[in-house]
Design a protein around this ligand. Sequence first.
Ligand code: TXA
Ligand code: MG
Length: 329
Amino acid sequence: MSLILAPTPDNIARAADALRSGGVIGLPTETVYGLGANAYDERAVANIFKIKGRPSHNPLIVHISSLERISLAADPDAAKAAEPILKKLGRFIPGALSFVIARNDKIAPSVCAGLNTVAIRIPSHTVAHALLAQCEFPVAAPSANPSNYISPTLAEHVAAQLDSALEIILDGGACQVGLESTILDLSGAEPKILRQGQVTAEQISEATGIPATSLLRKEDRILAPGMLREHYSPRTPLSLLGKIGAIPARCGLLYLNAQRPPTLCANVHISRALSASGDLEEIARNLFKSMREFDSLGLDLIVVEECQPVGIGRAILDRLTRASAKTVR
Ligand code: TXA
Ligand code: MG
């Protein structure tokens, strides 16, 4: 039985009630679908970790409806200190940007994996916004996939793997971004990007005046806890087009531009373009859905054509590199 519900006012109120009483639900955002629970409720949060099979050292992002409610999750002094930079980042909030800041003591400690900081996101998706506006608590929500699998971009993806564990899955349609949010750490001496996403280093640099190289600098970068080298992986081995060796019997090819299919000599069982014109935003939107579909075809190998490392292309390459890590090894 599917629990997918249309996002009517009644169903959104029902989802808020489920959260209030300690339940775990599936909710849409513009990046990917999330697995939500009341971030103040240690038992509900424990269920997220259990349902996902997520290691307890990997902290969750909490979601609120607007920046005015930042003190639901952040330490008040830290929130005050972050006001100027958050104001500069205003055009990405709400949106596909999460920021890390000192936390308040109402957040259940397991949400933050014991850290004294919390990652906060304000999604722009209208259904997520309507739901969060009814919650007098922040909603902890990792992507709604089993740990390490591909993030879901449709309500059906959530239902296919987690249905029996959830009270409700709110259907918000296909995610418009298709990749997880950019994570910007504001808790250290200098802001650092911990995870790339639709909001790029260049955009953050332009808005804040901080050089992109400094935002991305690796040597002194604290890696986001729980960020694994192998992640977002289909069960089928996956390789980047430029890195394949021998091509096995049944191979699936995902390429960038419908007008420019690459020539992969033999054994291509199925191929699909991720965009009609090579548009990076469209490629991002279609990538996870296509990876999931190809993963269900019993292929020996999924080959994905690399995009240029510009704009959201960097986030796409980041996800593909992680998805191929198991195969490369
Ligand atoms: O787009 C998204 O961000 C989606 C949607 C549902 O909002 N959520 C998402 O959550 O991708 P998740 O759990 O898959 O990614 C959370 C990541 C952690 O793995 C960690 O790297 C980082 O956020 N993170 C969370 N709390 C942190 C903290 N206090 N300090 C540093 N990094 C943190
Ligand atoms: Mg995830």
